[in-house]
Design a protein around this ligand. Structure first.
Ligand SMILES: *Cc1c(COP(=O)(O)O)cnc(C)c1O
Ligand code: SF4
Length: 341
């Protein structure tokens, strides 16, 4: 199939093709915690932390907020984004650079920890701010590959013939405009040892408007097999717009996988986990990783102890077919891969 026909058969969803459409949705994100609570009918019912918001501001696209349950202060999507005083309590063992990114950085925007694949920090921007994120303290503004005009990052990738896969990450790489992405992949296409391209992105879930025809055309025309690893933590993060978006991504020929983070109060029950992976499969996405939380300062209240995580994973194995069981892993600085629990 030629790239052009692959793009042509991608279903087109009414209303999200308008030029500049996704940038408008991006800019329209909710940034005031009290506005979010008000939209959900929770004014004054949850203690928002202004100090936590000052460290890492709230940011939620309206399409994502619309999937939160009105009137429920424990909504699993709301818990992922709402700044709380819990974040301010220092906890031993929780630090600013929990996964050793500072030490592993190979140059401007390139993190090379594992054999054969390197992660390109394409941008520091995200459409949504996840409170548990291990990147909340990382100085991405100065450390993105784009900031260096890609030159240094590309030179590093070109010089290392053992690298067969580039992972576009961030931040969220799809927060870059499509022509920027195309400029990058055109340069990558000149590196003969690359065999695969991977995207780590939460945008198809939190801002499905981002997946417009221009993006689909770019993806369909890439010269490598493509894996897109999305990030949903709860079944409620899927709705009809997300399903349609994922179908269009799949129609470009890309393989779709999901990585989730195990989060207390969000998805730490057997029911929530089973529903997440069944729902993601219904949308054409296979479970990939279930990450044990990175021990990043401010996220301790989300942690699920290892023994509980293992028991939950064992119960999940008994409940789901093998292909819907994510690998339960933790990232340990210095390891040669994610470490199975
Ligand atoms: C997680 C990660 C990868 C990807 O690991 P896979 O097991 O291939 O999914 C690659 N590089 C870095 C730096 C990572 O943190
Ligand atoms: S989208 Fe990903 S990188 Fe961005 S804040 Fe959320 S978890 Fe972190």
């Amino acid at each position: 199939m030629t790239p052009a026909t692959k793009a042509a058969i991608a279903p087109r969803v009414h209303g999200i093709d308008a030029r500049g459409g996704w940038q408008a949705a991006w800019r329209d994100a909710i940034r005031d915690p009290r506005e979010l609570l008000s939209v959900l009918g929770l004014d004054g019912e949850v203690a928002v932390s202004d100090a936590a918001a000052a460290q890492f501001p709230l940011r939620v696209p309206r399409a994502f907020a619309a999937r939160m349950r009105s009137g429920d202060p424990h909504d699993p999507l709301l818990r992922q984004v709402l700044p709380l005083d819990d974040e301010l309590r220092p906890m031993p063992g929780f630090s600013q650079d929990a996964v050793g990114d500072a030490q592993a950085r190979a140059g401007h925007g390139v993190i090379h920890k594992y054999e054969g694949r390197a992660l390109l920090v394409a941008t520091g921007s995200c459409a949504v701010h996840c409170r548990y994120c291990f990147r909340r303290h990382f100085p991405y503004a100065e450390e993105t590959a784009a900031a260096g005009g890609w030159g240094e990052a590309l030179a590093l990738l070109r010089a290392d013939a053992s690298l067969h896969e580039v992972i576009l990450s961030g931040g969220d790489p799809l927060s870059l405009a499509t022509p920027k992405l195309a400029e990058l992949t055109a340069a990558l296409a000149g590196i003969p040892h690359l065999r695969r391209l991977r995207l780590h992105t939460r945008l198809p879930i939190v801002l499905p408007e981002r997946v417009d025809n221009q993006l689909l055309d770019w993806l369909a025309a890439l010269p490598w097999p493509v894996a897109i690893v999305v990030h949903a933590n709860h079944g409620n993060e899927f709705d009809a717009a997300v399903d349609a978006t994922l179908a269009r991504l799949r129609a470009t020929g890309a393989s779709l996988l999901n990585q989730a983070v195990l989060l207390r109060g969000v998805n730490d029950t057997l029911e929530a986990q089973a529903a997440l992976h069944e729902r993601s499969f219904a949308a054409g996405v296979l479970p990939y990783y279930l990450h044990q939380l990175d021990r990043v300062a401010g996220a301790a209240h989300f942690e699920v102890p290892d023994d509980q995580a293992l028991a939950l994973h064992a119960a999940l194995r008994a409940r789901l077919p093998g292909y819907l069981l994510p690998r339960l892993v933790r990232e340990v600085a210095g390891d040669a891969s994610k470490r199975p629990l």
